[in-house]
Design a protein around this ligand. Structure first.
Ligand code: ACO
Length: 376
């Protein structure tokens, strides 16, 4: 009799964890005991990173020290030779390919690369969290034929990223929206990319290798890549008046509806409501409400007809688009936030490690007779 569990490891619990809890029936997401609704309302991305890595909220002094380190140019800037590598890449290289390549390359310059102690891994996580926005923004400018901008240590991670992308001072609403989006994406229990990070860490490999594995897993359209696919759908629909007919046809054609459904949530993803509200406010500010109108119609019809609900990827892109960010940068932005969670899981895995090595149930032949190539 087969001992194989449900396909895709559905409902398989692979480990205990103190980092993140998802209540899929109530639609609640908890980081280290704190509801993301509260963190989205009151916290900052920097504070959430501290919470995920250290398990508790920082005191004022701890926060200031941590914030300063995460913002320091020494941690944010890229090695000049990495910029040279970026210039050598074909301009058509996608931002996720660049991020995967860049993060892997960064270990070559990291002074702690070979040290897997908790202290060194926290330092590496700090540098990666600080460097990834610089890397994403540098590629955006290089592929447009512009020079990358130096990070500004006086700006928060969110404000600095938006500044490095466009060269302009972002609006307060854009910074707030972006920061909340980063808070909401920072961790999500044993999702595919986090599991990839933990599998890599469990071989006693290092932080950069684990984060590179995670970026590769996040890239796929069933995971982080869905936010790009949602915006491609919005671009196809174009006119809010056409959204209902378009989505009804997509349902009739049995298309996979990007931005809907989830392995764990049986109700609407708790992150979606925040992103919907922020995308609506930003759309209003920039005078383009059509994207959110299209998504609202799509969400209503899909929920009524299919009883599957919006996930985190449905509304995030509409907010980023209102900030003038290119669609293929949405998944790298997801990674810029999720690196906080990935790193927390690598630290937890290294803190109580056992190699992750499952079995497969073999269903092929077992007694094939070898025939020399000359006789085949
Ligand atoms: N569109 C159409 N049908 C869907 C969708 C969807 N988005 N999601 C689930 N279903 C249907 C499936 O067709 C299937 O129906 P069936 O039983 O009649 O065949 C049933 O619901 C179960 O679907 P699975 O794909 O087996 O569910 P699973 O738990 O493996 O998938 C997933 C979860 C991959 C997220 C899925 O809902 C999906 O493909 N969504 C679209 C992509 C997406 O938005 N991904 C982002 C998820 S959030 C994140 O990773 C950040």
């Amino acid at each position: 009799m087969s001992t194989v569990g449900k396909a895709g490891l559905e409902d398989v619990v692979v480990s205990t964890t103190d980092i993140c809890y998802i209540d899929g029936r109530e639609g609640r997401l908890i980081y280290r005991g704190y509801d993301v609704d509260d963190l989205a309302a009151h916290s900052t991305f920097e504070e959430v990173v501290y919470l995920l890595w250290h398990g508790v909220l920082p005191s004022k002094k701890e926060y200031e020290t941590f914030y300063k380190a995460l913002s320091a140019s020494t941690n944010r800037k890229l090695p000049p030779k990495l910029i040279t590598i970026l210039h050598a890449l074909p301009k058509k290289t996608t931002p996720m390919e660049v991020l995967r390549t860049g993060v892997s390359a960064l270990s070559a310059w990291d002074p702690d690369a070979a040290d897997n102690s908790r202290e060194a891994s926290v330092r590496k996580a700090m540098r990666l969290t600080a460097q990834m926005p610089t890397l994403v923004a540098a590629w955006e400018r290089i592929r447009r034929g512009k020079a990358p901008l130096a990070p500004n240590p006086k700006l928060s991670l969110s404000a600095n990223f938006l500044y490095m992308m466009s060269g302009k001072k972002p609006t307060d609403l854009a910074v707030k929206t972006f920061d909340v989006a980063l808070i909401l994406h920072a961790d999500h229990e044993f999702n595919a990319s986090t599991f990839a990070a933990r599998v890599t860490a469990a071989t006693l490999s290092d932080m950069h290798s684990a984060i590179t594995s995670a970026i590769g897993a996040l890239k796929g359209p069933l995971h982080g890549g869905a936010n790009e696919q949602v915006m491609l759908m919005v671009d196809k629909i174009k006119d809010p008046a056409k959204a209902e007919a378009w989505i009804r046809k997509a349902i009739a054609d049995k298309m996979r509806l990007m931005g809907f459904g989830h392995r764990v949530y049986r109700v609407e993803d708790p992150r979606a409501k925040h992103l919907r509200r922020l995308a609506t406010e930003l759309g209003r500010q920039v005078g383009d409400e059509s994207k959110v109108q299209i998504l609202n119609t799509v969400a209503r019809v899909v929920t009524e007809e299919k009883h599957i609900y919006p996930n985190v990827d449905l509304f995030s892109g509409a907010g980023y688009a209102a900030m003038g960010i290119a669609t293929d940068q949405f998944t790298p932005i997801f990674a810029m936030s999720r690196v906080a969670g990935w790193a927390a899981h690598v630290l937890e895995q290294h803190g109580n490690n056992r190699l992750i090595r499952p079995r497969g149930e073999y269903t092929g032949p077992t007694r094939a007779t070898y025939v020399p190539i000359s006789q085949r």
